[in-house]
Ligand binder design. Structure first.
Ligand code: SF4
Length: 450
């Protein structure tokens, strides 16, 4: 192992070798001092709930927590944009000493009167967990007075890792499910879970489902609406992407409302096509399946020639992937394979043992698989593997650029649609533009700074 790897971190890093027993430690707290790329519990909740556009999102805590997550996703709305504002109770020393409940109550009343939201989410941050404000009691009181759901999100930052934040967000949303009128929902209906409408992606996905004859009840949460979530229990199926973020909600809906769920991914042509086929197969309807095949054929015909041109140019280039959830990494590995590129490193912030095992099975021997990495490790791996492009998020971008390596943003801040068939073409174009950019001629090459 390179010297950048701390001894305590070695069990979370694995080099796949054919024939070797695969084992990796994961789903545990980050190592103190290792500067994990992960975000806190509160941030995990915030990114899941953020795209619900007609809800009020109030961060109960010091101003920094709200600023840190202000407008955190490129999640577009087709209507209201209340989600893009970041409200905070701005807790000060005096509130920490005497409690922040009065301030929270006053902030909620003022904001609800001013913005007339359909619901309010109130996020608990670290300090609230320490001083012990009774979030539930304040939310209950305001909900009764104002006649809208006011939902506490128990997301104290220190209470675990980002994955616990996803769970807290799902728990809060679950309070809404089952409270709306479901009359008029057609039998062949689904909810889309785990797509956040970055750069308008959920609109593209909804259109594809509509084309094959499937009705969408609720977007959870991209371009989300409170009333849609309230009637989400009227759908026949939950179609879940990014399993870490919203699978908990799907499971709660399964046990409470007997709605089954299907895991899908909309990244890459294989997975996008499979998403349509698996939904068609669920409804056991030959007509829907025939339409799905026709849609896939038409969409592929539109992008294939240009995709093949990018493939020719990128063939044999080396890619590294570091993303939030491991499920997205599967699709990216397949997308790179379609471009005839070699994935030499793949990791995630919140992957599970089963997901890493699956990654090992679909990657070539010698690939580095890493859980909950830090910047030093990522830098060492990029250099060791002489990577041409790194796919990650806002925290990984500077690592790539400092090493003179191409970069593709595949995280929640991006402004380019990368889902669906059109998204695959956009992805290939972005990878090509970065790998082939003339800028690298003027950068210290990664070999030179080893
Ligand atoms: S909740 Fe805690 S860890 Fe998260 S941003 Fe706020 S202070 Fe930081």
């Amino acid at each position: 192992m390179p010297t950048a790897i701390l001894a305590e971190r070695q069990s979370q890093i694995c080099r796949t070798e054919s024939g070797n027993q695969f084992s990796i430690a994961c789903d545990k707290e980050s190592l103190a001092g290792a500067i994990s790329q992960r975000a806190c519990v509160f941030c995990g909740s915030r990114v899941v709930l953020y795209p619900i556009a007609d809800a009020l999102h109030l961060v109960h805590g010091p101003i920094g927590c709200a600023v840190y997550t202000w407008d955190i996703r490129g999640a577009l709305s087709s209507g209201p944009e209340l989600h893009r504002l970041s409200f905070s109770t701005d807790l000060q020393e005096i509130d920490v000493i005497f409690g922040g409940e009065k301030k929270l109550y006053a902030a909620l009343i003022e904001l609800i009167d001013r913005h007339q939201p359909k619901a309010a989410f109130v996020y608990s941050t670290c300090i609230v967990g320490i001083i012990g404000d009774d979030l539930n009691a304040v939310c209950k009181r305001v909900a009764l007075e104002k006649g809208i759901p006011v939902l506490p999100v128990q997301s104290e930052g220190f209470k675990g890792n980002k994955r616990d934040g996803y769970r807290a967000a799902c728990k809060a949303m679950f309070e809404l499910v089952g409270t709306g009128d479901i009359s008029g929902i057609p039998p062949k209906s689904i909810n889309i879970l785990g797509d956040f409408n970055l750069a308008g992606e959920i609109w593209m996905i909804r259109e594809l489902y509509n084309k094959i004859g499937i009705n969408v009840v609720a977007n959870i949460t991209g371009d989300g609406r409170v009333d849609d979530i309230r009637r989400a229990h009227g759908a026949a199926l939950n179609v879940v992407q990014c399993s870490g973020a919203t699978m908990h909600l799907a499971k709660m809906m399964e046990s409470e409302f007997a709605i089954p769920n299907l895991r899908v991914s909309y990244f890459g042509v294989d997975d996008m096509a499979e998403s349509l086929y698996s939904v068609a197969a669920f409804f056991q309807d030959d007509e829907i399946m025939a339409r799905a095949k026709q849609v896939v054929k038409e969409e592929l015909a539109k992008i294939y020639p240009r995709l093949m041109a990018y493939k020719k140019a990128l063939s044999g280039k080396r890619a590294a992937i570091y993303v939030g959830g491991a499920f997205k990494a599967f699709s990216l590995v397949k997308a790179f394979r379609l471009l005839d590129m070699d994935v030499v490193m793949v990791g995630s912030q919140t992957g599970t043992a089963d997901e890493y095992k699956e990654l090992q099975e679909i990657t070539a021997p010698g690939t580095i698989i890493v859980d909950d990495a830090n910047p030093l490790e990522l830098s060492a791996f990029l250099q060791e593997k002489a990577v041409d492009i790194f796919v990650g998020g806002v925290k990984e971008r500077p690592i790539a650029y400092k090493l003179g390596v191409g970069f593709c943003d595949h995280n929640h801040e991006r402004k380019e649609a990368l889902a669906g068939f059109t998204g695959m073409l956009n992805f290939a174009k972005e990878v090509y533009s970065s790998v082939m950019s003339p800028i690298w001629k003027f950068m210290p090459r990664r070999e030179e700074i080893k």
